[in-house]
Design a protein around this ligand. Structure first.
Ligand code: ADP
Ligand code: MG
Length: 702
């Protein structure tokens, strides 16, 4: 092993209180009891928690930690943390370092300033954090502060979920319960648990910090609100998978090192389609741990970028005219025996478990397409979905040739065979024939089967994976419940399965689409098939409170009606607030930077015209330019004023849906007009006077 590899092996998970550390540090009986508690999903009792906490504290202190914190994921979509030191003063005026079981398992941060969507009044401040002991505790080094992090769920005084993690954990329970029932009914006598797995591919942009510092839009809104197109964009397709530039490669190295220490298995890295765009994918993990890890990935990408004098942009659409960023959520189901339930094997047609799981997903995704769409509805994602770089807002499933053929057979009465891939011959004698996959890929599909998992490709790059994943888990659990209910009372399981699958395929094959999702023809065809095409976030969020959805979440104990309603309010508010910030930033930049620069240029032109004419020469060109510049200044000035007023008017609307609609229908179109005038000016005004770094400068980081 090279020195480099060796160091990575010893580095990986160094800051995680993982299984190896626990086995080393906990008394044998405690370790066993603790593992059992985790695997059975029971509550940790106090005496056990005390021993575990003490071992954790010793480990953390040896690593230089002075503080611990409950780390949770409020509805902001980001993480939150409140640090406490281990110190405990003694009567003699000294201190000892203490950490109790209670401090480990439960915290009481003040909840009053987190979004609650009306779940509690501001004065009802108490909030609770509870350790999710299935996600390991870890140490994070931030500057000089070294802290023990405890991944937590966060709820109100009335046990209502105030975070993204609680419903995710609840949905995992629901999925586990129903999937195990189905497996048992299908004859599996040994299975104990089924977990959802997630591998999120994270896309991001890097921009040199010196440019970001000059752009209020990037600093405050995370995306450019102005900017004429660069003469060179992504049309040469030369960035995608291109050789990494040295500066970026070094950055990726630093990111990997940080993540590996935290036990995040960062695996794949490459250049993405747009110049300045990149991707990182970890090895998949159980969905709650993967969600925690994705938060660490986003945070680390940003933190390490700053150290390298760059800024990492996670926004879905940092630059107009080139691709935006998504977060492909690869999702599957795995048993405690390590069996991937979405693994088709060589003969999927007679793999009953696989077919049941596949058809369950088919029914769930079609039945709850609107809910799945709502799970990815954000202001940022509105710029991306359907914009020829990401799937449209129509939810459909790509199955590929082999599985499509099988479900067609199922519909006709039973699957008897599976198409195989054969071999790929490259026509070069030195290259061996490659085994060909039975199914091609489809990059345009919002929900694609990719070999042994589904890839939900509509998720936005800045989103927490918790929302989309708890929706997916719950809708699949719901269908599995229906199937388990039928199978458990059946006297002929095989025949019943046959009947169920046949019905599912007949009812839901409309959601299967293997063609190009980016085309207009598909939009028309989808409409004919009756598939919803919900284009805007506001419209989509309004569907969340449909009766079938709160029944769904209530039945599986994932969210109460009040919790669901609160979430909808929070999401609508987030939409409005995002647009409000963007509008105010655009007005500010237009009035304080762009117009003054254009005015300066126009007076230069005016002076030059005067001077030229004084000596009796023609200044036709300059006059034409001056007129155009003045017209655009006028336009920009009027539009900016209108935008400011529209944003204020929208912000005063009390009803959250109406408010969001006003931002969408009134504010957003004016913002587009403001941009158009400003971008027009950018193409004319002297580059030396123009106050903002251009797309051409920002996009080509080297
Ligand atoms: P792509 O070729 O689609 O870009 P990547 O290699 O970039 O694929 O990412 C694929 C992701 O899918 C990785 O995070 C990988 O760990 C994850 N993945 C693989 N198998 C599973 C599974 N069974 N469940 C969930 N995620 C998985
Ligand atoms: Mg990828």
């Amino acid at each position: 092993m090279s020195e480099n590899c060796e160091s990575v092996v010893s580095l990986f998970g160094r800051n995680v209180f993982n299984d190896v550390v626990m086995r080393e540090r906990l008394p044998k009986n405690v370790y066993k009891e603790f593992k059992k508690t985790i695997s059975e999903g029971r509550f940790l009792d106090t005496s056990l928690a005390n021993v575990v906490a003490n071992a954790m504290k010793d480990w953390a202190i040896e690593k230089g930690a002075t503080h611990f914190c409950h780390w949770f994921q409020p509805m902001t979509g980001l993480t939150a943390e409140k640090h406490d030191s281990f110190i405990s003063p003694t009567a003699e005026g000294q201190t000892i370092m203490e950490f109790s079981g209670k401090e480990l398992t439960q915290g009481e941060p003040d909840a009053s300033s987190f979004p609650s969507g009306g779940l509690r009044a501001t004065f009802e401040a108490r909030g609770y954090t509870a350790w999710d002991c299935t996600s390991p505790v870890f140490i994070k080094e931030t500057g000089k502060t070294i802290t023990l992090y405890i991944p937590c769920a966060f709820c109100s005084y009335n046990a209502e979920a105030l975070d993204k993690k609680t419903p995710l954990l609840r949905s995992m329970d629901a999925l586990n319960t129903q999937a195990v029932r189905v497996l048992k009914a299908l004859g599996n006598t040994t299975v104990k648990t089924v977990n959802a797995t997630l591998g999120p591919e994270q896309e991001y942009f890097l921009v040199d910090k010196k440019f970001v510092e000059k752009r209020l839009d990037l600093m405050l809104a995370g995306r450019t609100l102005f900017g004429a197109a660069s003469p060179r964009g992504q049309e040469m397709s030369d960035h995608y998978f291109g050789a990494l530039h040295e500066r970026v490669a070094s950055y990726m190295h630093d990111v990997n090192m940080e993540l590996w220490k935290l036990g995040v298995s960062a695996k794949t890295q490459h250049n993405e389609v747009s110049p300045g765009q990149y991707e990182l994918a970890p090895v998949f993990a159980t969905v709650n741990v993967a969600t925690d890890h994705n938060q660490l990935v986003m945070e680390t990408l940003q933190k390490v970028a700053l150290r390298n004098n760059m800024v990492c942009l996670l926004n879905e659409k940092p630059f107009a005219g080139v691709n935006g960023s998504g977060k492909h959520n690869n999702w599957s189901l795995v048993t405690d025996e390590g069996v991937n339930l979405l693994e088709p094997g060589n003969t999927p047609h007679d793999n009953m478990v696989f077919l049941v799981m596949l058809c369950s997903v088919l029914r769930a995704v079609d039945k709850y397409a609107k809910l799945l769409r709502a799970a990815v509805a954000t202001a940022g994602n509105d710029h991306r979905l359907g914009a020829h770089e990401a799937p449209p807002a129509i939810v459909s499933i790509f199955l590929g040739d082999q599985l499509t053929d099988i479900i067609e057979q199922l519909a006709a009465g039973g699957a008897k065979s599976s198409k195989t891939g054969g071999q790929l011959k490259l026509g070069v004698s030195a290259l061996p024939p490659l085994p060909k996959d039975s199914t091609d890929r489809n990059r345009t599909s919002p929900f694609a089967f990719t070999g042994n998992k589904f890839e939900f490709r509509m998720v936005g790059s800045s989103q927490s994976t918790a929302g989309p994943m708890f929706v997916l888990n719950t809708i699949v659990a719901d269908v599995l419940k229906e199937i388990a209910d039928e199978l458990e009372k059946s006297s002929n399981v095989k025949a019943t399965v046959q009947k169920i699958l046949q019905k599912i395929v007949k009812d839901h094959s409309r959601v299967v689409f293997n063609g190009d999702n980016y085309t207009q023809e598909w939009a028309k065809e989808a409409e004919k098939r009756g598939l919803p095409n919900i284009k805007s976030t506001v419209e989509s969020l309004k569907t969340i409170m449909d009766t079938e959805n709160f029944e769904l979440f209530k039945n599986h104990k994932v969210l109460t009606k009040a919790e669901l309603k609160a979430r909808t309010e929070i999401l609508l508010d987030a939409y409005s607030m995002t647009l409000n910030i963007e509008a105010k930033t655009a007005v500010n930049m237009a009035q304080r930077q762009i117009i003054p620069a254009a005015v300066e240029y126009s007076s230069l032109l005016a002076k030059s015209i005067k001077n030229i004419e004084k000596v009796g020469a023609e200044a036709g060109s300059q006059k034409k330019t001056l007129e155009k510049v003045c017209r655009l200044i006028n336009e920009l000035d009027n539009n900016a004023e209108e935008l400011g007023k529209a944003a204020i008017a929208a912000s005063k609307i009390a009803n959250s849906a109406k408010k969001a609609e006003s931002y969408r229908d009134v504010v957003k179109p004016i913002m587009a007009k403001v941009r158009q005038a400003a971008d027009g000016l950018e193409t004319m005004v002297d580059a030396k006077i123009w106050p903002l770094p251009s797309y051409a400068e920002m996009l080509f980081i080297k």
